[in-house]
Design a protein around this ligand. Structure first.
Ligand code: CP
Ligand code: NVA
Length: 303
């Protein structure tokens, strides 16, 4: 039987995603109480990183260790991937040796090719198009601070990038309204927007998107792989800084999230990022650990 993969949020049903979030919250409590069963004993996670990472690497590696398993970090610099071994061959070989694999790469199609040739579950740890693991952690964080996200409104301010596109998918799966404000020319994929329907609205005015929102989210203006566009992007994104002035338009108890790393003074002001009344970015980062543990358990054990 073909294994289940987690390449986008849409690979799971709404009920499955809710179960992963519930399990993440339970695993977090068990971890803090020091009573965590070694459910991954003897199991190995392979981790392919073709882009840099702090949170993703440490959360997957620590998570596997906390559940009694282990993880192997693989980068192109010191594997045959960097010397041109096809991704399909790498998938076939690795998946005969490890139990589950996460991949951070550029083209989403490369991840899909990898998964198509893997005997074991494959997790998207960020591609140019999607970052579903981060959005799982974001939803967990919202639920912990404010309760269910269904029926709430979320404002995405900035680039129509991988994070934005996973939020578009999340809006349908978790049943919330998403208002996107991005500069012209930096919109998310039109096909994805078309399938999202009326629940997701695209505009170009941050103030309108933030008005009354329960959650305001932003991300860097220049993602990994776009470094050559940095100057042009800095000019295009003028006016998209999320600061206290913009945030004041959101609901009174609105939360601020950012997947990190953040560039203070570019997409978010240092004051808002550090304001514990609104910003939950440190909880959001920590929840990568708990939500991915729940995700790996779901993929390997079905619950
Ligand atoms: N948010 C996130 O994925 O961070 P890293 O790039 O540090 O893994
Ligand atoms: N959009 C960012 C997210 C980093 C976690 C990037 O792709 O670089």
């Amino acid at each position: 039987m073909a294994p289940r993969h987690f390449l986008t949020l849409g690979d799971f049903s709404p009920a499955e995603l809710r179960a992963v979030i519930d399990n993440a919250i339970a695993l977090k409590a068990a971890h803090r109480a020091g009573r965590e069963p070694p459910t991954m004993a003897g199991r190995v996670l392979g981790m392919i990183f073709e882009k840099s990472s702090t949170r993703t690497r440490v959360s997957f590696e620590s998570g596997m260790a906390q559940m009694g398993g282990s993880a192997i970090f693989l980068s192109p610099a010191d594997t045959q991937l960097g010397r041109g071994e096809p991704i399909e061959d790498t998938a076939r070989v690795l998946s005969r040796m490890v139990d589950i694999i996460m991949v951070r790469t550029y083209a989403h199609a490369k991840l899909e090719a990898f998964a198509a040739h893997s005997r074991v579950p494959v997790i998207n740890a960020l591609t140019d198009d999607f970052h579903p693991c981060q959005v799982l952690a974001d939803i967990q964080t919202f639920v912990e601070h404010r309760g269910a996200i269904a029926g709430r409104s979320v404002a995405w301010i900035g680039d129509g990038n991988n994070m934005c596109q996973s939020y578009i998918e999340a809006a349908g799966l978790f049943d919330f309204e998403l208002r996107i404000a991005c500069p012209r020319g930096y919109e998310p994929d039109a096909g994805l927007l078309a399938t999202a329907g009326a629940r997701v609205q695209l505009g170009h005015a941050p103030a309108a998107a933030v008005a009354g929102a329960d959650l305001v989210v932003t991300d860097v203006f220049t993602s990994m792989g776009q470094e050559a566009e940095q100057q042009q992007r800095a000019a295009a994104f003028a006016g998209f800084l999320v600061d206290h002035e913009l945030f004041a338009r959101a609901a009174a108890d609105a939360l601020f999230m950012h997947c990190l790393p953040a560039h203070r003074g570019e997409e978010v002001s240092a004051e808002l990022l550090e304001d514990p009344r609104h910003s939950v970015v440190w909880d959001e980062a920590e929840n990568r650990l708990h939500s991915q543990k729940a995700l790996m358990r779901f993929l390997l054990d079905g619950h």
